[in-house]
Every structure is written in C-alpha cells, then in structure tokens.
Design a protein around this ligand. Sequence first.
Ligand SMILES: *Cc1c(COP(=O)(O)O)cnc(C)c1O
Length: 372
Amino acid sequence: MENSTNQYLLLTPGPLTTTRTVREAMLKDWCTWDDDYNKEIVEVIRTKLVTLATHHQGYTSVLMQGSGSASVEATIGTVMPANGKLLVINNGAYGQRIGQIAQYLKIDHHVIELSEVEQPDLEHIAALLDSDSTITHVAMVHCETTTGMLNPIEAVCKLVKSRNKIMILDAMSSFGGIPMDLGELGVDFMISSANKCIQGVPGFGFVIAKTDELLKCQGQARSLSLDLYDQWDCMEKNHGKWRFTSPTHTVRAFYQAMLELEQEGGVAARYQRYVTNQRILVEGMETLGFRCLLPQSLHSPIITSFYSPSDTDYDFKHFYSLLKAQGFVIYPGKVSNADCFRIGNIGDVHNDDIYRLIDAIRRTMFWQKAAS
Ligand SMILES: *Cc1c(COP(=O)(O)O)cnc(C)c1O
C-alpha cells in the first residue's frame, strides 16, 4: 500500500489521507523571503489555483494562514463594507458558522435557516433579495460537509447575480474535487483550504476572488491578521510574500499536491475517482443493511452520512475502534436531529480501499453481533 507509513486510512473530510510524496515534500526548510520559496512555490500555486478555478480573466488568488474557517472569516470580515448586509443560506454546520462569523464581527446579516436535509428554496431567496434592498452580499456553502449534501450553486449564483449582489461561496470541501468554473457561475469570492480536495496537509486556506471586487475592499477588514486585501496586496507587490510567518512546509506540500492533481488528470479525473468511491461505498453499505441520510440525488461524492444501525448492541465508539484497528478511521455524525456517522471519500483513497472498507465493516458488524 502506497500509504504504508500511515497507521490508518483517514475517511474523513480533512485533514485527509495524503500521499507519501506530499508528506515527504515537507522534509526541507524554506526561507520566506527567498525567490526559491516566494516566486517558485507561492506564486506558482497562486497562478495554478486561478487556472483551476476558472477560464475567465479577471480572477486572482490569496493564501491565508490558519484553518479553513480563518479564510472564511478573513473573507467575510474583509469584503463586507461597513454598511453592507449579508444574506446567509444555512443548511448545515458550515452555513451556520458563516452566520456566526457575521455575528462576531457585528456585520448586519440575515440567515435563512433550513434543516440539514433541506435544499435552498430559490423563490424564498428571490423574495428576500427583492424585499430587502439593503442586502449587498450572499454567502452559501457548496458541499455542506455536515451531511454531504451538494447545494445547487448554479441556480443560486444565477439568482444572486440577476439581482447584482456579491456572491461568496464556501467551496471548502469541493474545490479541486468537483468541476466548477467560478467565472461561469458568477462567484465573486470562493474559499477553500489546503487539506481538502487538493489533498494537501492542513495549515492554510485560500480565496479565489474577482480582482475588481477585491480591489474595492482596501481598508475594510475588521482584523489585522485576517485582512484578505492586505495579504493579497503584499503577495502581489512582493512576488508571493506573506505578511506574517508563512506555513512553509505546508505550502511546499501543497505545491506537490497540486502537481499530483495534474498527474491524476486534473479535477475531472479526481471527480470520477471520488464519484466511483462514493458509488462503491453506498452500494456496499446498503448491501450490509445501512441506510443513507440523504436521497442519492442530493449526495456529493465528498462525504456520505449513514444512519447508525438501530440494533441495541450498536455503539459508535466501539464500532469506530474496531474499524480503526483494521486500518480505517471514519467520522462521527454532525446532523443535529438524526443519529448518523459519516464516511468520506476524498484524499488519497482509491476504489480498492473502499472495497476493503466494506469488508472490514462486514466483519465488524459480525463481531459486534457475536459479542452481544
Ligand atoms: C472543512 C470545512 C470548513 C473549514 O473547516 P476548518 O476546520 O476551519 O478547516 C468550512 N466549510 C466547509 C464546507 C468545510 O468542509
């Protein structure tokens, strides 16, 4: 197994299983003001990210230290003008987090509260945009990692652009794993991070922005460290230099991960692998008697939620540790009103890994039954 230096396969939505070569890319130290780091690594990453994101001109990228949420917070805190109002579409924990960020930063906002298994209602969004002219920006999550649900970005972006609002998309868990073109969609700011579908290690996030819109954000940030505009400006003026300490090893590993994405055949090929992983997973799990939380039509190929077995002898912690002992780490559920667990397909996880996982789950269920 290529990942033999790992003690288990992470079937989680990030940090996820990386290749040995991505991990090995971290074995050198880099100088943060030398060209060999800034020009040859950071700037190359920034350009490659924009190319991955859209075929349209007029887009740029910024990298930002921290977890993915730090980049969401940097974006919301920088792009919202003092008199702006944010409409948040919330159908899961990550949509909710955007609302929370607006609240912390004292940004005027309205949250459309949906259940975690509900899709956004276009007519409702249109009615809100039409009745409240103070709304300037709309934020939504693409793949809601809470459940694995894929939100209808095309329809929502089209609606938002038809009302001339700024569109902010949290595509944290889908960018690089699901084909999308931000220019075609009309997304103004898209946020993702190093440890999701690009398959890097954790440590920073990144934002792909419409350059014209980012240029309007100078001086708006509510935090120095999370000033997205200033970070971009510094990178632009100094050939990829980060304002404050940059996570050099993580960045170098990300560069390697981007090369490996190209070697795999780009986003389309990676998407196919994830889709096939998910299909094998759902078929196998259904054969074992598990049921998915969502109908197949709402599934993303990123992560899938399954109802916990109703047997009284089932216990997630125990199930988890028996699987871990066999080399598989799964993810607890995050849905508030249903008892679930989740299995991710992203990372350096291949079709035969999923077949092995299904076998391990079959064995685990047998052991649990036998012990009860
Ligand atoms: C992973 C993720 C985030 C960010 O999570 P961090 O733990 O802050 O890295 C945000 N939104 C979505 C949809 C995610 O999947």
